[in-house]
Design a protein around this ligand. Structure first.
Ligand code: FMN
Length: 186
């Protein structure tokens, strides 16, 4: 079993998938990860729509002008919704559930990619959230945060290159503007 550090270095966004479907056990594990995600005050404001139907995946792939076409090729898409009346920090809660599913997918050797829906538009400049709401019959009180596309990887991606780690974004003790950091190093 790989360490968590290796898992997060290996998780890269996958946008090309094979035709292989996921097993029910794999899907269950991914959904369990979402349902176990921490949420503020345990309000669990999220809801998840699980989409496997090819035609529906094709329709969802048109939810944005850019960056959503990969959804057409995935085996499974999980649409992450949150009830804005149930939590004032639903964005955080739904984001954590989204990344939990991505990490569980990686642990299963599967690829995944986040498709941003909130604050995005379709090619016709329709709100992407509204587009997804119409397509999936989602009631108005539920916001659409993301769609997580998952499947067997059909592309090899290198683990995160540690030479790209932005250590300058780490501040020890107090925040330091870049000049202060440079002076400290002299
Ligand atoms: C909040 C968020 C929104 C994202 N939206 C999209 C998206 O709409 N389409 C897409 O192809 N990738 C999307 N991504 C994936 C990022 O492009 C990707 O994580 C980033 O480029 C780093 O690459 P890596 O995941 O391979 O390490 C999103 C990631 C995050 C965290």
């Amino acid at each position: 079993m790989e360490s968590f550090a290796t898992l997060i270095a290996n998780r890269r966004s996958t946008r090309k998938f094979t035709d292989q479907l996921l097993s029910p056990e794999q899907v269950e594990l991914i959904l369990k990860a979402a349902l176990m995600a921490p949420a503020s005050k345990r309000s669990n404001p999220w809801q998840f729509v699980v989409v496997e139907d090819k035609e529906m995946l094709k329709t969802l792939a048109r939810c944005k002008a850019n960056g959503s076409s990969f959804l057409e090729g995935c085996a499974l898409a999980i649409v992450v919704l949150a009830n804005v009346m149930e939590s004032e920090v639903w964005i955080e809660d739904a984001s954590i559930a989204s990344i939990y599913m991505q990490l569980q997918a990686e642990d299963l050797g599967l690829g995944s990619c986040w498709c941003q829906i909130r604050n995005r538009q379709t090619e016709d400049e329709m709100d992407s959230s509204q587009y997804v709401r119409n397509v999936l019959n989602i009631p108005y009180q539920l916001e659409v945060l993301s769609i997580i596309g998952i499947g067997y990887k059909d592309q090899v991606r290198k683990p995160f290159d540690e030479s790209h780690l932005q250590w300058e974004k780490i501040h020890l003790g107090t925040y330091k503007v870049p000049e202060e950091k440079e002076n400290n190093q002299k």
